[in-house]
Design a protein around this ligand. Sequence first.
Ligand SMILES: Cc1ncc(COP(=O)(O)O)c(C=O)c1O
Length: 406
Amino acid sequence: MKTSWPTRFAENVKNFQGYPIGKTLQYLTDPEIISLAGGLPSPEVFQRSQMRQASAAALDANIDRVMQYSPIPGEATLVDAVLAFLERDAIRIGHENIVITSGGQAGLDLTGRLLLNPGDTVMVDRPTFAGAVVAFQMQRPRFIGVDIEDDGSDVVGMRVQLEQLAGRGELPKFIYVVPDFQNPSGITMSLAKREALLDLSYEFDMPIVEDSPYRDLRYRGENIPALFSLDQQSEGGHVIGIYTFSKLFCPGMRVGFNIGPAEVVTRMTHIKEGSILNTPKWNQDMCTAFLSDRDLDQHLESCRSYYREKLDVFLETMAEHFPPETGVTWTVPEGGLFLWVSVPAHIDTAKLFFDAIEHKVAFVPGEQFYGENPEHNHMRINFSFVSKEDLAEAVRRLADCVKKKI
Ligand SMILES: Cc1ncc(COP(=O)(O)O)c(C=O)c1O
């Protein structure tokens, strides 16, 4: 008798479709297409020779340990380097507050698995990072959206929702935010809103999950303290931080870390034990070398000036091709890799995507970035990957395509 596998699938994954962006990217096989869809850092800023040296040095130093299992919370040398990295950002924690992960997505998965039961509520921005929705979805929570404004989450609207949810005994397990140069919108949360969000967290006993892959990629404006450090200066213990080196070093390394109260991190380490055991020591050693290198600041500075130029090319070409009467608007990020373009409400960007492909340009339809009740007239644009020339050409193609629908 033939086994029917779908009838055996666990409830948590029966209707789980994975990452929608992957399905978008499958249409981009034509090399003529200029894709602003992926979230890739540019290979132009990859430190190839440093990577080769770090890799060889890791093997030379102790090949037997590299080939062996290694501690689940992470290599002590990497943890020390990360603690020093965080001190630059006024975050002071100990070894008991950190678990090394295999990248930000793994950090989100650990968080969802630790905190969510089916039917629990998670508060997210509208729009929010699609990868977080996918990671948390595995536990089948309910998402409640809060609009994002030019200076971050609408904390006033959030209070109204929290009061209603408290009345029904349905307060969120946590709120998930990307305060710095959010993926997908590029928006940064102001200091006033960070403080207001923490106040809500204290008042309603709602922990905050702060996802920070882009904090060091600021191209303009003043650094704003991380929610984690603001919380440390106040009540403390309300924030889980999720970090990755994918955008600062390279995604192929798959190294990141989660920080938080010791009781949270210990449990995350237990979950990691049940899934991947350790993050490869080889990768961790390469990351340690990257962090301990005297040129780290110089590397970050060169990433910033490289991406700043690309962002400016994109913004200038958008202003040329989309005058105000087109009704097309876009965010102006101070850092990160993304921005958010909004077209008149009658245009559905999921359909426009296929017209764009005909025009040999691609973006991610905005509807993929909502936990619930998606809006349909936005697109996420990545400006970090393609060359400056291609960026300008991509905007021209996009303008040709969008103007036919206005
Ligand atoms: C906000 C956010 N969190 C997490 C991740 C995942 O990071 P990683 O690529 O290290 O898994 C990304 C990647 O794009 C991201 O934008």
